[in-house]
Design a protein around this ligand. Structure first.
Ligand SMILES: Nc1ncnc2c1ncn2[C@@H]1O[C@H](COP(=O)(O)OP(=O)(O)OP(=O)(O)O)[C@@H](O)[C@H]1O
Ligand SMILES: [Mg+2]
Length: 461
């Protein structure tokens, strides 16, 4: 139900306008000052604020200015005193949707509110679409492991080389593949995904290479295959360990000869598609067991990229949780909830067998299920840290790096963890670490750490 907040110091306006808007089916609250309005907006999301210009204390324009400063997303309808067009115009310039003049016509006001709501819905839809288009490709994370991964992606992308992406379920293998495509010269070409596990064995060849009419029962028309669809772009073969040996042989031939034959056809089609592949299985074990062709493995594995499990980069968990919260809130048109520090610790303690995908799903569930604006560890009691209390483990540091690098790496990880534990508040982090705030800033800059989130009460040193 759309929600409206009326801000007017006249009790008569509050009750009359409140009445007609409720009759329209809106949820209506009313307050009598700019201060009370801001306080309300800090606690609850509204769709439209009907704001009187003349108010005792902070006036309407000042209130509007504060709302803009705080980036509160709400449509504002101004009630301006008779003959006070200038302020109304100023309010519009500051982003108000429209204004109505006093003495108030209730009918006109209802109409303007209705339009403001429609505008708000359009904007929300627009944002949701944008969130869907942009967000899936951002790789979030400041851990050393993520930095390495980004580096590998950036190095592999511009080459035309085949990349084999390893990693457990839900670690972000597809995301890596999409990033490689986007950073490559083929970015304007298609990105075609084939989930080899999801396609029935007898259809996979037709799926990959297409078929001609009559090639088999049900082939009622010619059909283009995925390899052809990916011409000039990238084909992503997901879950390759699930291909049958027969399909593996055919794929191998395509990779060797760069040509393919549609099922039942006699013409050979030249294809120019870069092949990226992914698996969550241990392919060397599959090869030993005779389930995967070694020659195909070598063909695909020109550049191997390993996506680490989430439990090995737990300092990224708060960043990912915030990222998913913001993204999903936009998608659902809701206000994002905040994670309390104890909730973030609980999230970091959990072992995440389903990795980033599991975290994403959990955030979605919390956004829907938790009633308030804040998520605390009490909302997470169902997360069982189980046997793997990863927090107690040392960060994964290779023992072959020069001492100086290892020290930097440790220091970076350590600062990131401390920041995460303090929810990105730099003053508090500095206090916990026992260093000057300016010193911490310098180190963060040196290690390329961005403050994980904006904190109102802080300015950069
Ligand atoms: N570093 C990251 N930053 C932001 N989102 C991420 C990150 N890693 C993964 N995701 C998101 O997590 C979800 C799972 O990622 P993805 O599908 O790429 O994993 P996968 O390894 O291919 O999983 P599966 O093995 O289940 O196929 C997706 O919604 C993806 O966008
Ligand atoms: Mg996948």
């Amino acid at each position: 139900m759309p929600s409206i907040l009326i801000v007017d110091d006249e009790p008569g306006v509050r009750s009359a306008l409140g009445g007609v808007l409720r009759d329209e089916g809106y949820e209506v609250d009313a307050v009598d000052s700019g201060e009370a309005c801001l306080e309300r907006l800090g606690r609850q999301a509204y769709d439209v604020v009907v704001l009187d210009i003349w108010l005792p204390g902070m006036d309407g324009l000042a209130t509007l200015a504060r709302m803009r400063e705080r980036q509160i997303e709400v449509q504002v309808v101004i009630i301006s005193g008779h003959g006070n067009i200038e302020s109304a115009v100023r309010a519009i310039k500051m982003g108000a949707f429209d204004f109505v003049e006093k003495p108030l016509s209730l009918e006109k006001t209802v109409l303007v509110v209705r339009n403001a709501l429609r505008q708000r819905r359009l904007e929300a839809e627009n944002q949701a679409l944008r969130a869907k288009v942009d967000a899936p490709h951002i790789m979030v994370g400041e851990s050393y492991a993520m930095a390495k991964l980004r580096e590998q992606v950036a190095m592999a992308a511009p080459t035309n080389g085949r990349v084999l992406i390893f990693g457990e379920n839900g670690t972000g293998k597809e995301l890596v593949a999409r990033n490689i495509h986007q950073l490559s010269r083929r970015r304007t070409g298609p990105f075609v995904e084939v989930n080899c596990a999801a396609i029935p064995e007898e259809l996979i060849e037709s799926e990959l290479f297409g078929h001609v009419r009559g090639a088999f029962t049900g082939a009622v028309a010619d059909r283009r295959g995925k390899f052809e669809a990916a011409h000039g772009g990238t084909i992503f073969l997901d879950e390759i360990a699930d291909m049958s040996l027969k399909t593996q042989a055919t794929v191998l031939r395509v990779l060797q000869e760069q040509v393919m034959e549609p099922v039942g056809g006699s013409t050979r089609i030249k294809v120019d598609a870069r092949v990226l592949a992914a698996t969550n299985k241990d392919l060397t074990a599959e090869i030993r067991a005779g389930r995967f062709r070694e020659d195909l493995y070598f063909r695909l594995n020109v550049v191997p990229i390993f996506v680490p499990p989430l439990r090995e980069r737990q300092e990224d968990i708060p960043l990912l949780a915030d990222h998913f919260m913001a993204m999903l809130a936009r998608e659902y048109g809701r206000r994002p909830k905040t994670f309390e520090p104890d909730a973030l610790i609980a999230l970091q303690r959990y072992a995440w067998p389903g990795n980033v995908r599991e975290l994403r799903n959990l955030v979605e569930r919390l956004m829907i299920m938790v009633p308030g604006e804040r998520i605390s560890s009490r909302d997470l009691t169902f997360l069982d840290p189980g046997a793997t209390t990863v927090l107690s483990q040392a960060p994964p540091i290779s023992a072959s790096a020069p001492l100086h690098d290892a020290r930097d790496q440790f220091e970076r990880e350590y600062i990131l963890r401390a920041l995460a534990a303090q929810q990105g508040n730099i003053s508090r982090t500095a206090e916990v670490l026992g260093v000057e705030r300016s010193n911490l800033y310098r180190k963060m800059r040196a290690f390329g750490i961005n403050p994980p989130r904006k904190v109102d009460d802080e300015e950069p040193a």
